[in-house]
Design a binder for this molecule. Structure first.
Ligand SMILES: Cc1ncc(COP(=O)(O)O)c(C=O)c1O
Length: 530
């Protein structure tokens, strides 16, 4: 009986093993981007292989809610799995990460200014800066010292009481940006939500829009964060699909097209509370509007009594070479949304700026956040802003941005069939690759090779690579990036192409569910020969 039971159990184990192994092999490899046949190339490399195995195990672990390390051994053996888990920074633990990101396979374990190090001690140049949240450079000593000092003093009061740091921050930020009031929040998306609520309230109370009929207009291709309100403004299938229904009372208009905005204001103007826009569309791939657009927006918003709401979460705090990107056209929005670098790369700090006639539409008890305006965040944000001003980071962004674009234009001249465009403002730049020239290779593959050469950048959409290093970056570090990029195109690209020969055609991106547009048209033409 005992023997029988044992046999039975081992048979069951074996059956489960087989089932799990089959399931693992069916899990798409996150490192393979949209190219399903990119996997063999990725798995040529042991570290990548371990990464891939660990990733698969983690996904499966989440499905089955069991230990990831144990599961990874089904594919590659325990040793390799541990390597992979270590590479992922997850050694020894049960993986509880959600898979809502598609990271470049590298673990950060230390960072200083423009550099980061992985757990094995390899050093890299950071050309993403946590999506522009680290404008001041990683672990800026002055910001850290304020953080530590304030931590020892007091961290949180909630706004049920006053604290002695928030008023100082409020005075500092309003003076610096030239607004009468500030409403503090934490993440960028929360600040966007706040601005949307503020605009609706203003619309009903000041503009006289009939109750519950207020409209907010946003731009095709925009990105304002991941909350429901923010994605309701968005035009990106990845961000929106499967998350409906969206907020009512929103309309879309083409970004950069002042005539289209005028038309929509003419038709809906009496119900439009706000126009929400990014001065440069960051996540869309660093899309710059035509010159004069922001001025036209200002004129139209004033004429139709619509709040001009600038989302400067990514473009603000000197990233484009001015404290606010709107300053490039001498324009003052009615509402400004700040985030990311406001926290100096240390804490999430965001804020909405507006004058009293707008801000006072929200009264006590109508909006808030437990952590918004906390003394720790306030102290850090003051230091973060002081560093930007005192180290002249805006001026540096102008100068270094020009150098960056010149260097990459040289690379483009050498590889005109591969680089379609180099564009940007200040240190918010993008290199758009030519889908046809790339053949079956993706921008993600290029970024993986850049990583091998010590440069960390991230694709946005399949053919665009954004370069947004800390604003403290120096000339020689910019040159390293241009050199690495050139080497990737010269040495790595031909090899990847060869390895991907026979790769499946990339799925052309669908038209946007919301506005019906094909935003990334060039990719539609990308047909990879097998
Ligand atoms: C323009 C813009 N708005 C809002 C957000 C959302 O910020 P967070 O990720 O802090 O919520 C982002 C983030 O990338 C952004 O780029």
């Amino acid at each position: 009986m005992h023997v029988q039971e044992k046999n039975c159990k081992s048979f069951k184990d074996k059956r489960e093993d087989k089932a799990k192994a089959t399931l693992i092999s069916k899990i798409p490899d996150p490192a393979a981007s949209r190219f399903s046949l990119a996997t063999p190339f990725v798995e040529n490399n042991l570290a990548e292989m371990a990464f891939s195995a660990a990733h698969k195990a983690l996904v499966l672990a989440m499905i089955l809610q069991v230990n990831a390390d144990a599961l990874a051994s089904y594919t590659l053996g325990k040793k390799t799995c541990e390597l992979g888990a270590h590479t992922l920074g997850l050694s020894g633990g049960t993986a509880l990460l959600s898979f809502c990101y598609h990271p470049i396979p590298i673990v950060f374990s230390k960072a200083k200014d423009v550099h980061v190090w992985d757990p094995e001690g390899r050093k890299y140049l950071d050309f993403l800066s946590a999506y522009s949240a680290v404008n001041q450079g990683h672990c800026h000593p002055r910001i850290l010292s304020v953080l530590v000092q304030q931590c020892q003093q007091m961290t949180l009061s909630s706004r049920a009481f006053y604290n002695d740091k928030f008023p100082i921050f409020a005075k500092h930020v309003t003076k610096l940006f030239g607004y009468e009031m500030v409403l503090p929040m934490n993440t960028g998306a929360e600040a966007v939500e706040t601005a949307l609520k503020l605009a609706r309230k203003w619309g009903y109370e000041r503009k006289g829009i009939p109750t519950n009929e207020g409209v907010i207009i946003s731009c095709c291709g925009c990105f304002h964060g991941r909350t429901l309100g923010a994605i309701s403004m968005s035009c990106d299938n990845e961000a929106t699909r499967g998350f409906g229904p969206f907020l009512p009372g929103q309309l879309k208009v083409e970004f950069g097209n002042a005539d289209a905005l005028k038309t929509i204001f003419e038709v809906h103007g009496n119900k439009v509370a706000g126009f929400l826009f990014e001065p440069i569309q960051g996540e869309a791939g660093v899309i710059l509007p035509p010159k004069g657009y922001l001025q036209s927006v200002r004129e139209l918003c004033s004429k139709y009594n619509v709040l001009m709401i600038a989302d400067e979460v990514q473009t603000g705090i000197a990233r484009t070479g001015k404290l606010l990107a709107c300053e490039w056209e001498g324009v003052r929005p009615d509402v400004v949304i700040l985030g990311k670098a406001l926290g100096g790369g240390v804490l999430p700090v965001s804020a909405v700026l507006a004058d009293k006639d707008v801000m006072l539409c929200i009264r006590p008890g109508e909006h808030g956040s437990t952590f918004g305006g906390n003394p720790l965040a306030s102290a850090v944000a003051i230091a973060a802003l002081e560093v930007v001003v005192e180290e002249k980071l805006a001026e540096r962004a102008v100068e270094m941005g020009q150098v960056f674009r010149n260097q990459f234009l040289d690379v483009q001249n050498a590889y005109p069939d591969i680089i379609r465009e180099v564009r940007g403002q200040g240190l918010l730049n993008a290199v758009e690759l030519n889908a046809k020239g790339l053949s079956s290779v993706s921008a993600f593959d290029i970024c993986q090779q850049l990583k091998e050469r010590g440069i960390l950048a991230k694709p946005t959409h399949d053919t665009i690579i954004r370069f947004s290093p800390p604003l403290t970056i120096r000339l020689e570090e910019l040159s390293e990036a241009a050199k690495a990029f050139k080497e990737v195109l010269e040495h790595d690209l031909p090899k990847i192409r060869q390895q991907l020969q026979g790769a499946l055609t990339q799925q052309p991106p669908d038209a946007c569910d919301r506005c019906g547009q094909h935003k990334y048209e060039d990719q539609e033409e990308q047909v990879v020969s097998s």
